[in-house]
Design a protein around this ligand. Structure first.
Ligand SMILES: [Zn+2]
Length: 59
């Protein structure tokens, strides 16, 4: 996972699937349905410490 771009499958605003890369690039997408442009940004990995297999975390 070096420089793989995250591809959104649905518009986060109208949930349409007609997305295309925005001209500014770098994770920017535009929705042809609602004419919104948005940008995906990877914030980092979560530092969760939940035990695998347990749906509820009991202290
Ligand atoms: Zn949209």
């Amino acid at each position: 996972m070096s420089s793989a771009r995250a591809v959104p499958f649905h518009c986060p605003y109208c949930a349409d699937e007609d997305l295309r890369p925005h001209e500014s690039g770098h994770g920017a997408w535009e929705c042809a349905a609602c004419n919104r442009a948005f940008q995906l940004k990877f914030l980092g990995l979560l530092a969760r410490r939940t035990a695998p297999g347990g749906p509820h975390e009991q202290p």
